[in-house]
Structures are given as structure tokens and as C-alpha cells.
Write a protein that binds this ligand. Structure first.
Ligand code: C2E
Ligand code: CA
Ligand code: CA
Length: 781
């Protein structure tokens, strides 16, 4: 949401930025043009003002000339000058000067004094402009502007002849406020006369401006007087265009300032500017609003999508996103919706896969277990059926997996069709199914099971073959046989194995049934698959030669890593294998594995033999020697590397047959060891005839050798007995150094036991042997 806000802000900022970008140059252009216009107009005004001023000055100069001409040619005047009749002179001056409105008129005597004047204050003073006299003498007349007592004065000076020059006459107009006003009337310009006094200060001598402005004028006068070109300046807070013109030939005589106020000229521009500003503000507001709306138009659907995405994240796929526009946002929303549907579909698929078996589309084991637990919580009676297809492996192997798969599908369908909708039918293993009948009591459950069995009576067409699927069914009932899932399933399983064993097709769990027995059955069942699944492994335990300190043999000991039960010790499954006949398969596998390993060692120059435990059943079954021979041949291994350990009991059960087989085996060169010697009841006479090489003292005598006097006596006797029969004697189960020392003192040939080494994996054994080798070499060195 924060991102959205900043997005809106950005859009608004960009839009208003654009507006500003457009408005600013407009402002600039408008100002520039109007201002230039105003200045130009003002300029033109100033220009014509300047011309007007020149013309005015010229016309005044000719008036002055006319007046002074009349004075100079007046007979009475000349006479008065000659007689120094000041009163008459004055009256003539007044008379002729007054006619043109001159402000001052005077007569200057040849010695440069003002002999008479219309302003009596001037009389008898030195005429201050002697240079004008000099010029007038040369040019016969002079017209110019001078400063008289700080006041600018347009003055005309001419000589007076009678017939010789007898004096000078001068007439002048003051450049005063009245003149300024007159000029203003003609030009519409403000006019100021600026003069620089003897003390060097420049000031306004006359102006059309009000008195208040005059002070400001005086302060700026020096600067203003220098503005001989049209200049824009500010005066008393107002903008002006100013032009200064010199009043006379000499700059010192002052200047006239023509001024045109700019604000008036700019007034239309200001109006325009204000209108523009209003428009700009409106445009800006419109941009902001538009930006906000536009951003909201974009942000709304994006926000909707984002919150929809969050809903999807939380697993809600229901809400669709609607965008009421016909643009890309709409497309995006549609894409999002279809993506959401896709995710929902796929998730459903995955969930389905997690809970359903891909082949039969029935619930799988996980699902079934969950379902069972749910049902068990309801406390209603429950029938649990475990169903297994008889001979399925056979069918699968002979007819192929495709047919096998098809068969499972068909079985699944028939089971599903054979029960009510509410009942659970699940596939819980390769050819194992589970049915949970809800709210059904004992007798009824068995009837349903029978019915299901019957449903299989019809042959199944699988490809081009017809197959009968026979089911074995084990039944357990809740709450009678258990109230938790594990117990119920275990008991249904036991019933199932009983059903299989009895070939009864159907078996209800019998309370108190020996679960150990059933466990064994299960184990036997699993053992069948153990070889194929690579669950079997051979570990090796070294036999140490006490005299030489070498390891001539290792004993191969079988290990089974059951996928569910973990490591199953051989004591638990060898007997089982013997009972079920599987031992033959196991022994064959061990013999082949070990001979291959021996051949490998031989190739690598490792001088090592290995002992394999052989069951009595192996020994008695036809073809065992041939099998051993084949295994040796297959890897080109000499017989003496292989030791066969046969228990005393096994040898003695059918001693004649045993003897025969042993002789066949001896012909292959293999060594024979009698295992677990001392616990059976062997006839020494028979033992003597047996072609054996080793005697392995049963570990029950060896384990406590160091502490039990009796055991020591027995072991010592067996060692002696063995030696007397020319056999090598091996003691197994040597767990401590004391026992080992005793055995050495008894002259025992070989020892085996945890004290030397525990049974080791292949890699561990090879490492152990390498360490032993190094140790020995170390000791020898
Ligand atoms: P076994 O032939 O008497 O093997 C010796 C057993 O004694 C092995 O037990 C071995 O681990 C154990 N052992 C070795 N040294 C000591 C020791 O110092 N103290 C004690 N307490 N035990 C020691 P494992 O490997 O559990 O085998 C048990 C039996 O299973 C074997 O007894 C053998 O009869 C049978 N077995 C093992 N592998 C095979 C096989 O490949 N074929 C057949 N037919 N039987 C096998
Ligand atoms: Ca053994
Ligand atoms: Ca043994």
C-alpha cells in the first residue's frame, strides 16, 4: 500500500511537473514580449519627447533672439546705455523681455559688469559667463544654457553697437517647473532638469514630479544624469524608462531627464500575467487531480491484484479479480485469474497425488491411516480388512508389469464396487488393499469379506489373457480387537498371514493369537524380497593366527537392513530362512558374494581366505557341492581360499550323508570347519572320519574363559583334542586380553572375537587390514 501511495505521488508529481514545464516558458515569453513592447513604446515616446524638447528649446531660442534683437536695435536703449540711464535701460529690458515672457534680461558693460537687469539683485555684479561674451564677439550672437545662481537658464547674448560696440545684451528663459510642465503637456513625459552645482552635488532643479518624489530624485540625480541612452531604472519604488539630454553644449550646464513610467506600460502585461497565473494554478490543480485519478485507475487494479495474490499465498483460490476497464489492467487481471485457477488445479492435483494412488486412483496408505484414525474417534464399530492378491508376484513376473498393473486396477474397481459409498477402499502396498467398513459389526463384516472374495471369482480379461485373482483377506474388528489404528492393522495383518498360510482365503483375527509367530511370517515374507532389494550385506570378522600374528581368514556374517525394522540380526532370520526353505537362496547369494570378493582380493594381491556359514539344510540339499564349484569356477578362485563352517549339530544329524557331501566339497579344495563345537553331541569316532580342517570352539565356552575355571578346562581339552585329530583349533567369542593369553598358552591356533575385531563392513575391514599390516611392519622394523 505504501508503494501504491508513492506511485500515485509520482504520477501527480510528473503531471504537475509537466504543467510547470509548459507554464514557465509561457510566462517567460509573455513577459518578454509585453515588456519589450512596453519598453519600445516608452522608448518611442522618449525619442519623440527628446525631439520635442529640442524643438521647444529652438523655438524659445528664436523668441529670445527676437527679443534681444529688438533690445539691441532700440534707439532709446542705445542712448540710455551711452548715458548710463539705468532706469530707461531697465524699462526697455522689461518692455522687450516681457513681450516674449523672458525671465531675465540684462545689459553687460564692456568691462564685464551687469550694468542693468530686470532682476535688480544681479546689477553691478560681474557677468559670470565671460566666455559667452568672447563667443558672441566672434559669432555676433550666442544661444546656450547656463547655470545662474544654480538655476538653469536658456540665454541669448548679443553685442550692442552704436555704431561701435557699447555693451552686451542678454535675455534668458529659466528652465523651471513651469517649463517642465509645459514640456510634459506636449510629450506626456515627466521632465526633470538636473544640474550640478559649484560644490559638485547634482540635484533636480525643476521637475514635473510631485514634491515627495523630488527627494528621491535628488538622491539619484548623479546616476540619472549619466543615462544618456534609454535606461530602465527604479525611482521611488516604481520602474521607469529614463533618458538624459544635455541642456547646453557644456555638460556642466545640466541635463534634462525625460521619464516614462514603465508600470503603466506594463499594466496590460500584469493583467495578462495574473490571468495566466490563474490558468496555471487551475492547470496544476487539474494535473494533480488527473494524476491522482490516473494513478488510482492504475493503482486500484494493482492493489486488487496484490491483495488477491496475498489471498492466493494463504491458499484461497476462490476470489477472482475484477477490473472494470478494457485495458491492459483488465488483461492482467484475467491472466491473474487464470493463473489462480491453474495453481488451484495443480495444487488439487498434488494434494490428490499425495493422498491417492496413481495406478488405481484409490486412497493411498497415508490417506487410509488418517481415515482410520478419524473413524476410530467416532467410537462406532468398525471392520478393518487387509486384502492381498495371491500369487501376484508370479502373475507380474510371468505376464509382465503392464498386465500386473491392470490386474491391480481391476481388483481395486471390484473392491470399490463391492462395498458401500461410505466405506474406505485403499491401496496400501504393492498388491495389498485395505477396506474400512464403518458401523458394521462382526458377522456382517465377514459376510462382506466373503462377498468380496466372490466378486473375484469372475475371471479378469487383461490384454489377451484371462486371469483369476484370488484374495486372501485378514479381518480385525474395532473395538473388539483393538481401538487404535496400529493394533487393528497389525492384527488384521496377522489374520491375513494366517489366511494365506491356511489358504483359507479369509481369516478373522483370533484373539490371543501369537503375534511373534505372525511377526516371523511377516519377516519370512519380507526376506523373500530382501536379496532382490539389496537389503542384504556381508560383514567380515577377522580370525587371528596366534603364532604368526597374521589374519589368514575372515568369517563372512550376513546382515539384513530391513526397510522398516532396521538391522535384523542373523539369529532371527537364519532360523526363519531354514524353516521356510529360503536358506538355500541366502547361502547361494553369500557364497557367490564372498567368492567374488575373494577373487577381487586375490587380484589385488591380498592373501586372504574367507569362511562362509553353511546350514545343515544346504549341506543336505542336492547339488550344493556343484553350486560351490560353479561359484569358484565363475571367478577362477582356488578352493583353499574358501572355508565352509558347518555346525556340529548339522553334521551329526545325518552323518553319513554329511560325510559324502563333505568329501565332494573337499575334492574342490575347500576347507571345512566344524562350527559351534562343544554344544552338540558328536561322536568322536564319527568326527574322526570327517574330512575337516578346523574346529571352532563354541563361544559359550570362550566368553567367560578368563573367569571360569570349568570353561578353561573344557577349552584346553578341546584344543588338545583338535590337535590330536590333526585339526586347527579356532576359539571364537574372545572378548578380552586375558582370554587371549590363556588361549595362547593352551596352544590354540586361531582366535576370533570382539577383542581382535568386531565384524566389519567391507570397507572397514580393508582399512583394518591395512592398519594391521602397517602395525606389524612397524613392530618388525
Ligand atoms: P556364528 O557362526 O557362531 O558366528 C559368530 C557370531 O558370534 C557372530 O554373530 C559374531 O558376530 C559373534 N561374535 C564374534 N565375536 C564375538 C565376541 O567376541 N563376543 C560375542 N558375544 N559374539 C561374537 P552374528 O554375526 O550375529 O551371527 C550369528 C549367527 O548367525 C552366526 O553364528 C551364524 O550361525 C549365523 N549366520 C551368520 N551369517 C550366516 C550366513 O551367511 N549363513 C548362515 N547359514 N548362517 C549365518
Ligand atoms: Ca560361524
Ligand atoms: Ca559359532
Amino acid at each position: 500500500v505504501k508503494g501504491m501511495r508513492s506511485f500515485k505521488a509520482r504520477v501527480a508529481a510528473v503531471l504537475s511537473g509537466l504543467v510547470a514545464l509548459v507554464m514557465l516558458p509561457t510566462f517567460g515569453a509573455v513577459y518578454y514580449t509585453t515588456h519589450a513592447n512596453a519598453v519600445e513604446t516608452a522608448n518611442a515616446g522618449l525619442e519623440s519627447g527628446a525631439r520635442m524638447f529640442a524643438r521647444l528649446m529652438a523655438s524659445r531660442a528664436s523668441q529670445l533672439l527676437e527679443a534681444v534683437g529688438l533690445i539691441a536695435s532700440d534707439f532709446a536703449f542705445k542712448e540710455a546705455v551711452a548715458t548710463q540711464d539705468v532706469d530707461t535701460i531697465r524699462s526697455v529690458l522689461l518692455n522687450h523681455g516681457g513681450r516674449v515672457g523672458a525671465d531675465v534680461a540684462m545689459v553687460i558693460s564692456l568691462d564685464g559688469r551687469i550694468a542693468a537687469s530686470t532682476s535688480p539683485g544681479l546689477e553691478q555684479r560681474e557677468f559670470p559667463f565671460m566666455d559667452l561674451i568672447a563667443r558672441a564677439e566672434r559669432e555676433r550672437r550666442v544661444t546656450t544654457v547656463v547655470l545662474l545662481d544654480g538655476q538653469p537658464l536658456q540665454i541669448v547674448v548679443v553685442p550692442v553697437y552704436a555704431p561701435q560696440r557699447i555693451a552686451w545684451a542678454a535675455v534668458g528663459f529659466a528652465l523651471d517647473d513651469a517649463l517642465a510642465a509645459e514640456l510634459r503637456g506636449l510629450t506626456q513625459l515627466d521632465v526633470t532638469f538636473v544640474v550640478t552645482g559649484a560644490d559638485g552635488t547634482t540635484r533636480a532643479a525643476a521637475t514635473t514630479l510631485e514634491l515627495g518624489t523630488r527627494g528621491a530624485l535628488d538622491a539619484q540625480a548623479t546616476g540619472l544624469a549619466g543615462m544618456t541612452a534609454v535606461t530602465e531604472t527604479e525611482l521611488d519604488g516604481r520602474p521607469w524608462l529614463v533618458r538624459a539630454l544635455p541642456l547646453g553644449e557644456a555638460a556642466s550646464s545640466g541635463s534634462v531627464l525625460l521619464k516614462s513610467p514603465l508600470d503603466a506600460a506594463l499594466a496590460p502585461y500584469f493583467a495578462l500575467r495574473d490571468r495566466l497565473a490563474t490558468v496555471s494554478v487551475l492547470a496544476l490543480a487539474a494535473a494533480l487531480l488527473g494524476g491522482f485519478l490516473l494513478a488510482r485507475g492504475v493503482a486500484r487494479p494493482v492493489e486488487a491484484l496484490a491483495s488477491a495474490a496475498r489471498r492466493v499465498e494463504q491458499g484461497d483460490y476462490q476470489a477472482t479479480v475484477t477490473v472494470h476497464t478494457r485495458d491492459e489492467m483488465h488483461e492482467l487481471a484475467q491472466a491473474f485469474n487464470s493463473m489462480q485457477r491453474g495453481i488451484a488445479d495443480r495444487e488439487e492435483q498434488i494434494a490428490h497425488q499425495a493422498d491417492y494412488d496413481a495406478l488405481t486412483d484409490l486412497p493411498n496408505r497415508t490417506h487410509a491411516h488418517r481415515h482410520l484414525e478419524r473413524l476410530l474417534r467416532t467410537d462406532s464399530p468398525l471392520g478393518v480388512l487387509l486384502l492381498d492378491v495371491d500369487r501376484f508376484k508370479e502373475i507380474n513376473d510371468t505376464l509382465g508389469h503392464a498386465i500386473g498393473d491392470e490386474m491391480l486396477v481391476q481388483v481395486g474397481k471390484r473392491l470399490r464396487a463391492g462395498v458401500r459409498e461410505v466405506d474406505l477402499v485403499a491401496r496400501v502396498g504393492g498388491d495389498e488393499f485395505l477396506i474400512a467398513l464403518q458401523g458394521v459389526a462382526g458377522g456382517q463384516v465377514e459376510r462382506v469379506a466373503e462377498h468380496l472374495g466372490n466378486a473375484m471369482r469372475e475371471p479378469m480379461r487383461l490384454g489377451d489373457v484371462e486371469v483369476y485373482a484370488d484374495l486372501s483377506i485378514g479381518i480385525a474388528l474395532a473395538p473388539g480387537h483393538g481401538t487404535d489404528r496400529q493394533t487393528l492393522l497389525r492384527r488384521a495383518d496377522i489374520a491375513l498371514y494366517d489366511a494365506k498360510a491356511a489358504r483359507s482365503g479369509l481369516q478373522l483375527y483370533t484373539p490371543g493369537r501369537d503375534e511373534g509367530h505372525a511377526g516371523k511370517l511377516r519377516l519370512a515374507h519380507d526376506l523373500r524380497r530382501a536379496i532382490a532389494n539389496g537389503e542384504l550385506e556381508v560383514h567380515y570378522q577377522p580370525k587371528l593366527d596366534l603364532r604368526r600374528g597374521t589374519v589368514p581368514h575372515v568369517e563372512a556374517l550376513l546382515r539384513w537392513r530391513h526397510p522398516q525394522l532396521g538391522s535384523v540380526p542373523p539369529d532371527e532370520f537364519i532360523l526363519l530362512a531354514e524353516q521356510t526353505g529360503l536358506i538355500r537362496v541366502l547361502t547361494t547369494w553369500v557364497v557367490e558374494t564372498v567368492t567374488r570378493q575373494l577373487a577381487g582380493w586375490q587380484r589385488r594381491g591380498l592373501d586372504l581366505g574367507a569362511a562362509v556359514n553353511v546350514s545343515g539344510l544346504d549341506l543336505m540339499s542336492a547339488g550344493f557341492p556343484a553350486q560351490v564349484e560353479a561359484a569358484l569356477k565363475a571367478v577362477a578362485l582356488p578352493g583353499e581360499r574358501l572355508v565352509l563352517e558347518i555346525t556340529e549339530g548339522a553334521l551329526m544329524r545325518d552323518a553319513d550323508l554329511a560325510l559324502e557331501v563333505l568329501e565332494q566339497l573337499k575334492r574342490l579344495g575347500v576347507r571345512i570347519a566344524i562350527d559351534d563345537f562343544g554344544v552338540g553331541y558328536s561322536s568322536l569316532a564319527r568326527l574322526r572320519r570327517m574330512p575337516v580342517d578346523e574346529l571352532k570352539i563354541d563361544k559359550s565356552f570362550v566368553l567367560n574363559l578368563a573367569t571360569s575355571q570349568d570353561d578353561a578346562i573344557i577349552v584346553r581339552s578341546i584344543v588338545e583334542l583338535g590337535h590330536n585329530l590333526d585339526l586347527e583349533v579356532v576359539a571364537e567369542g574372545v572378548e578380552d586380553a586375558a582370554s587371549l593369553d590363556l588361549l595362547r598358552s593352551f596352544g590354540c591356533d586361531l582366535v576370533q572375537g570382539y577383542h581382535v575385531s568386531r565384524p566389519l563392513t567391507l570397507t572397514a575391514l580393508e582399512a583394518w587390514l591395512a592398519r594391521e599390516q602397517d602395525g606389524k611392519e612397524g613392530r618388525r622394523a
